[in-house]
Every structure is written in structure tokens, then in C-alpha cells.
Design a binder for this molecule. Structure first.
Ligand code: ZN
Ligand code: ZN
Ligand code: ZN
Length: 493
């Protein structure tokens, strides 16, 4: 089958290639294909073949929203508008048309439709008959679908649809929040942009953007973000939003149960951030019979609660990650009444396990701060404690911890080291089980029997050993906060 000398199948394939690779910028071949399709439609917008060119533009519309060459968007939009004008009032006997139930997931089958329609003998698997598909009013409906993809919200009388950039945001955030950011994602930038989206949101989109910020906040305070300004951006955006919701009340007996996993929570937020997305949400809810009605999700009184909770999480997270840490409160845990170290507890907390993660940052900083105040044997223990705690910190030590431990480690590394060791045995091993038993015996030989291969006290307190441990610790910490090292974490961005 040919149309104006070009096989329809060939056209369909070229359209569908563009649909699949729509995240492409300024591709001149793609631009030519879109333009040609738009030109054909604009030449005879009310004609016999108009439906075909319209389908082509719908299929390629996501690319048009991305970053096509100069004038491509304008030409595509003008052709679709002309088709809608020329076709929407033409008479027909149909009660309904296929475009009315066409949604984003059906786009991938649309490129094949022209050849199926052109060849009456080909197999027809659609619910609706061919003549409804070829009807001018259906083509007009599809022209509006195309316009809605290119310029979300610009037309009515079409099924709701999630904007292309919202789909892209869902994809990027889902990967990031699962811990596998897309190669194009700049993590700080991606999170800060969600704060920006909330600050600048249209009133109706605010709740959705707040829910996105709620989701990225968990990630930002988890220690995965080492830039304080990102947390500041989120905080300011929520703070600015709160007054729009605060003081409202509602008659709802209940509100939606929001997802508590980051990727899902972010997805719901993105969906609710646009009129098209909210339409999709309600349609899916009615079709599936699951989920809370929209007004039970975006209710201002509910959103005020969400904003308050998010601010609390951000305030605490910022303090935890960037605030000054008072380590005197852990004295009671790691010191005995007689002032000696609670060595068993310290050794236990240095085991590299996930349940120790919540202790190691404070333990490491506490040990580093105490280092200067004690005698040789205890010093060796504190140095190794700070070192191991930093090794086990997950995902990495917060800024004040890294800074405090670095100060001690740099002093140790700068101390003079003898050319040779004063002991005949090897230095202690830092592997967990051996290290733990060795440390206990070294610090309190009267309480803990020597483990196999116990090292001499001189090996534990050896200045060369201390220097090596300090060097290694510095190597692991000093690049973590490159930008913030000089300005006490108050970086501008
Ligand atoms: Zn019709
Ligand atoms: Zn409510
Ligand atoms: Zn030595």
C-alpha cells in the first residue's frame, strides 16, 4: 500500500522509531519526518488521508515536546489545529469514536493503524469498526490528542493523559530513589528542582508537588545527599507552601493512605502535579475501584499535615547531617563510672552490621574528640575506634563527624614517626572478629584472655601503626565534602 508514492509500512516504521527514541534532541532526520507529515496534513486537513497524517503526528508528538529543531513544534501544532478545525464538525452517524478511549498506553499501536485501515483485507483486531477509525470526527479527536501531548491542557474533549515530562520525571525519580540514578541525573540538581517545582507551582498542582518533595526528602536526609543547600532548598519550598494549606479544615472522615516507599510516593506526587495526571488518577481509580478519591488525597487540611511532617523530617535531618553534634551525651554509654572505657560495648558497636549504623557516627566523633585527653593505651583504642566507625558509617559520615574525625586524624598523621617499629611482632589486624578480640585483650588484659595471635601492647600503641591508620582514614574522608570544607557547610549552592 502506498500513499503518494511512499509505502505506508515504511512511513509507520519511521514514525514509530521516533516515538521509541523521543528523548533525542535536534535530530535532523526526525525533524524532516515530522515536518513532512505536518506538511501533508496541513495541505489538505479535511481530506481523505487526513486521519493517517494525524495519527503520524500523534505517534511522533513526544519527540516534538522534547527538543526538536526550529519550527518543528509550530508546524506540527498548526497542522493538528487545522485538522481539528476542518474535521470536528463533519457529520457522522457514530455514537462514539475510538479516540475517546485512547490513552497513553495505546500510543505504541497507533503507528500500525494506517496500513490496517488502508487494506480492507488485512486482519482487524480492534474493538471498533474500521469506519469509526476513519471517520473525520475520530481524526479530529486524535488531532486534539496530539495537541494535548505537545501542549498539555491546551484542548478539551479528549481522555486525560499524563504529560510527557511527567513521565520522564517519574522515570528519573524512580531510578534515583531506588538507588540507581539514571546516567543523566545530577542528584543534587534533581532534588533541588523538585523544591523549585513546588515553590513555583500553580495552586491546583501544589499538593502533587508537595508529595514529590515529601518523597525526595526521605532520600535527602538519608545521608545520600552531602550538600546542605539541597536540604535548605527543600525546607524553604515547604515553608513557603505551608501557608497556602495552613488553617484549612475539612469535613472528610478520612484521608488517603499515602505510599511510604520513596519511588511510589514520588510517582503519585508527579501524577497529581498536572491536570492531565489528576484526570488519569481519577479515571484509573474509577476503572479499578481502588484508591482514594482525589479530594481525599489533595485535601488542603491533609496537605497542611504533610507539609508540617515534612518540615520536621527536614529540620531533624539537617541537624543530624550538618548541625553541631553534642557527643557528651554518649559519655554515659561508652565510659564506666571509674572513667575507664566501656570497652565491650565499644568493640560490639564496631562490628560492621546494619544495626550498628545508627551508632557509629557519634561513636567515631566521640572517640576522635576524646583522643587528646587520655593516655597511650586508651588513645590507641580511641584512634582505632574512630577509624573503624568511619569505615562502617553508612552511607557516609555527616559533615560535622567527618570534620571532627579528620582534625584528630590529621594531628596523628602529622606526629613524628620513627623509622622502624620498636616491636618484633606485626601490627594488629583490623578485620572484625580478630580485631574485636584483640582490642578487648589489649585494653583490659585482666578481664579478657589473649586471643590466638594476640599482638604485643607495643604493636597496638606503635606510632607507625597509628600514622598508617590515620593516613587511611584521612584518605577516605577528605574528599567527601570538598566544596564545604572551607565555609563550615554554609555553601551557597
Ligand atoms: Zn463518526
Ligand atoms: Zn480533608
Ligand atoms: Zn609498629
Amino acid at each position: 500500500m502506498n500513499v503518494d508514492g511512499t509505502p505506508i509500512d515504511e512511513l509507520s516504521r519511521s514514525w514509530d522509531t521516533i516515538r521509541k527514541n523521543y528523548q533525542t534532541s535536534r535530530n535532523s532526520e526526525y525533524d524532516r519526518t515530522v515536518r513532512e507529515c505536518a506538511t501533508r496534513l496541513a495541505a489538505d486537513p479535511g481530506g481523505e488521508a487526513a486521519y493517517m497524517w494525524t495519527f503520524g503526528l500523534v505517534v511522533m508528538a513526544p519527540y516534538v515536546t522534547w527538543l526538536p529543531g526550529e519550527g518543528v513544534l509550530r508546524d506540527a501544532m498548526a497542522a493538528l489545529e487545522a485538522a481539528d478545525r476542518a474535521l470536528s464538525d463533519q457529520p457522522c452517524d457514530h455514537d462514539s469514536h475510538p479516540y475517546e478511549s485512547h490513552d497513553g498506553e495505546d500510543d505504541m499501536y497507533l503507528a500500525k493503524r494506517p496500513s490496517e485501515l488502508a487494506d480492507e483485507t488485512s486482519e482487524w483486531e480492534q474493538d471498533r469498526p474500521r469506519d469509526e477509525w476513519r471517520c473525520p470526527r475520530n481524526a479530529a479527536g486524535f488531532a486534539r490528542v496530539g495537541m494535548d501531548i505537545v501542549d498539555p491542557g491546551s484542548v478539551t474533549d479528549i481522555p486525560p493523559r499524563l504529560p510527557v515530562d511527567a513521565q520522564h520525571t517519574i522515570e528519573s525519580l524512580s531510578a534515583l530513589l531506588h538507588g540507581y540514578p539514571k546516567p543523566w541525573t545530577d542528584i543534587d540538581e534533581e532534588i533541588s528542582s523538585q523544591a523549585w517545582n513546588l515553590s513555583t507551582a500553580e495552586p491546583a498542582d501544589r499538593a502533587g508537588h508537595l508529595l514529590v518533595v515529601r518523597a525526595v526528602t526521605w532520600y535527602a536526609v538519608s545521608g545520600m545527599v552531602r550538600t546542605k543547600s539541597v536540604l535548605d532548598d527543600l525546607f524553604k519550598a515547604v515553608e513557603k507552601t505551608l501557608p497556602h494549606f495552613a488553617g484549612t479544615s475539612c469535613a472528610h472522615e478520612w484521608h488517603a493512605t499515602l505510599p511510604d516507599s520513596g519511588p511510589e510516593a514520588a510517582e503519585v506526587g508527579v501524577i497529581l502535579s498536572s491536570p492531565g495526571g489528576r484526570g488519569v488518577y481519577e479515571r484509573d481509580r474509577l476503572e479499578s475501584g481502588r484508591g482514594a478519591p482525589l479530594e481525599h488525597v489533595v485535601c488542603p487540611a491533609f496537605m497542611a499535615e504533610i507539609a508540617e511532617t515534612t518540615l520536621t523530617v527536614l529540620r531533624e535531618g539537617r541537624e543530624e547531617l550538618f548541625g553541631d553534634r553534642d557527643t557528651s551525651r554518649v559519655d554515659a554509654e561508652y565510659l564506666r563510672a571509674d572513667g575507664r572505657l566501656e570497652i565491650e560495648k565499644i568493640a560490639e558497636r564496631l562490628d560492621d552490621t546494619s544495626w550498628n549504623e545508627e551508632y557509629v557516627d557519634d561513636l567515631g566523633l566521640w572517640a576522635a574528640r576524646r583522643y587528646e585527653q587520655t593516655g597511650d593505651r586508651e588513645r590507641a583504642v580511641l584512634l582505632l575506634t574512630a577509624y573503624q566507625a568511619m569505615e562502617n558509617s553508612y552511607p557516609s559520615p555527616p559533615l560535622p563527624v567527618a570534620r571532627g574525625v579528620l582534625a584528630t586524624m590529621r594531628a596523628v598523621a602529622a606526629a613524628p614517626r620513627p623509622g622502624e617499629c620498636a616491636h618484633g611482632d606485626e601490627h594488629p589486624t583490623l578485620r572484625s572478629a580478630e580485631f574485636r578480640r584483640g582490642l578487648l585483650h589489649f585494653y583490659a588484659p585482666e578481664e579478657f584472655p589473649p586471643p590466638e595471635g594476640a599482638r604485643s601492647p607495643e604493636a597496638w600503641t606503635c606510632p607507625r601503626f597509628a600514622g598508617m591508620v590515620a593516613d587511611e582514614c584521612i584518605g577516605g574522608l577528605e574528599d567527601l565534602y570538598e566544596d564545604e570544607d572551607e565555609d563550615e557547610g554554609e555553601g551557597e549552592d
